[in-house]
Design a protein around this ligand. Sequence first.
Ligand SMILES: [Zn+2]
Length: 253
Amino acid sequence: MRPYILAETNWKHIKDASFDVAILPWGACEAHNYHLPYATDIIESEHIAAEAARLAWEQGARLIVLPTIPFGVNTGQFDVKLDMNMNPSTQLLVLNDLIEVLNRQGIHKLIILNSHGGNEFKQMIRELGLRFPAMFITTCNWFQALEQSQFFENRDDHAGEMETSLMLYLRPDLVLPLSEAGDGAAKKFRFTAIREGWAWAERKWTQVTTSTGVGNPRKATREKGEKYFKAVTEKVAQFFVEVAKTKPEDFYA
Ligand SMILES: [Zn+2]
């Protein structure tokens, strides 16, 4: 029983415990090339949250990891079989209800640990911050915490070398042999502004990639996954510790 994982702990422990910050891992349930499980984003966020929380707990952070939300925004994958979409407006309602509980019970910091590129919480946090002024709500994308090129040869957008390596480390029993994987070849938008990153539009996934993957997974290994997992959880843990231990009046320097 890990005392910082809500789903594992119990009333005997919780009734007298106090926490500074709650962690909400948020995934998605979607196809990941031919070889990775639909739960890839769920598994990643759950493991990264748990390990980062363990490291932070050892440094004295009082934090509690909530159960992972398994559904993400998959509006662009509407025609990929059994990609389960949760609309942004529904996510706002889910967040509102969870934050209402935390706010009422005096846990005034929430970190969303996001695992899925289609999830965008910034605007929701602005609106919820107005509704719950005592709350400090923040979101982080673990997959952007480190420069991929330090660990991997091919850039991963979806189900490529990084995610495949991670899954080979975390749940190798759920990964098909790499010979079964598609090469992750994908098209990009034709528009210069979008390629430069200052304009944006949602990609229609099935027009971009046939395997559902974006990024070549062929060079993925368990060793790369382990090295990356250690580095990324240390970096995420540092954020957890800083948020847990910093008083609201000291947030700005
Ligand atoms: Zn993913």
